[in-house]
Design a protein around this ligand. Structure first.
Ligand code: MG
Length: 374
């Protein structure tokens, strides 16, 4: 803890419910450990990022994605003198509220909720709901009773209406302030990790090729460097070396640019961080290259014909389950039905569906709609 920069978070302002400080670990290490032991964290293993998990064991899931985000986050935090434990806790928790079937699941659930007259579905609000309420494992409180700082990092975006309902944690959206550097970093680490591991998974699944990828400037440059250094390298080892170098140079750019921003803005305290512009950033050149890469992935990978088929199927499952539970609450398992007394039906249905893993959602869909399984 002694290597912390003056603009890093060095202590928590507290937890909702008071607890004595842990003896052998920091408050943020305790948060991290609680997240790792949560049921929502274990379910990430069977939730998809872009690809459907059961299509191959080698592809990323939300669990491996979260671990990779935490790795990127820790590396950068260390270099910037930020609170590594806090960054790790936020990174590991950032996707807890994600639906089954990746972004398709989230978009479809959002559409369904709005069509049914609700406020919509936002996965980072759901992540917050999980750590504040839905995890039931401690005798004295619901949720994980995490520190304010970890929860602040989990809540990446938020509408102003929602922010008003959320109290202290929503304040910064109303006041237009920045969150801690640790929270800013977790957000950028998420994007950095998924862009590059989607390339890796896309190459492995033969959905995109190196030749195609060369139209992206940052990739062309790295491939040329690698080919000059290792003229005989090919196959998966070349793909891996490419992804490795891409992650390296992007992290390097992020550390250098953020350090410059901190110096230029003369940031020397937490208060400065919250009123400054976003400080954890790429250089202008890297930002442009990342945008080009995202465009490429959108066009060639996320909209690829075979992914589109999976997306279509996934959206149909989410919609069918949502409509079924909304029209007949007796289809919900007893422990969820019992919650209808305290919560609205739509909230219970959202909690139930968003908590499903991909395979659990498939199974429920088959139970309700497959003609052959009676
Ligand atoms: Mg993520």
């Amino acid at each position: 803890m002694s290597n912390l920069a003056p603009y890093a978070i060095n202590a928590t302002v507290g937890r909702n419910i008071y607890e004595e400080s842990p003896k052998y670990r920091s408050e943020f290490q305790r948060d991290r450990d609680r997240i790792i032991h949560s049921s929502a964290f274990r379910r990430l293993e069977y939730k998809t990022q872009v690809f459907i998990n059961h299509e191959g064991d080698l592809f990323r899931t939300r669990l491996t994605h979260s671990l990779e985000v935490a790795q990127v986050g820790r590396s950068v935090a260390q270099a910037l003198g930020l609170n590594v434990d806090l960054v790790e806790a936020i990174c590991l928790a950032h996707d807890l509220g994600h639906t089954p079937f990746g972004h398709t699941g989230q978009e479809e659930l959002n559409r369904c909720v709005i069509a049914a007259g609700g406020d919509g579905f936002e996965h980072n609000l759901q992540s917050l709901r999980i750590v504040e309420k839905l995890e039931e494992r401690y005798p004295e409180f619901n949720g994980l009773n995490l520190t304010y700082e970890t929860k602040e990092g989990i809540l990446k975006h938020c509408s102003l209406t929602k922010a008003k309902e959320l109290g202290a944690i929503g304040q910064r959206f109303l006041l237009n302030k920045q969150p801690s550097l640790e929270a800013q970093l977790a957000n950028v680490a998420d994007e950095l990790a998924y862009n590059y591991h989607d390339i890796d998974d896309g190459l492995r699944a033969n959905l995109i090729s190196l030749e195609q990828l060369e139209e992206v400037e940052i990739i062309k440059t790295q491939l040329t460097l690698i080919r000059n250094k290792y003229p005989h390298l090919n196959g998966r080892r070349l793909d891996k070396e490419l992804v490795r170098q891409l992650i390296n140079i992007t992290i390097f750019d992020l550390i250098t640019t953020t350090t410059q921003n901190i110096q230029q803005q003369q940031i020397s305290s937490l208060l400065h961080v919250s009123s400054a512009p976003q400080l954890v950033q790429y250089s202008k050149q890297m930002y442009a290259q990342q945008r080009q890469l995202k465009k490429f992935l959108m066009k060639n990978l996320y909209k690829h014909h075979s992914i589109a088929q999976l997306r279509f199927k996934a959206a149909n499952i989410i919609k069918s389950l949502f409509n079924a539970y909304m029209s007949d609450e007796t289809l919900l398992p007893q422990q969820f039905r019992a919650k209808i007394a305290d919560e609205t039906l739509i909230t219970v249905v959202i909690d139930y569906i968003s908590g499903m893993t991909d395979r659990y959602a498939f199974r429920q869909f088959n139970k309700l709609f497959a003609v052959e399984s009676v």
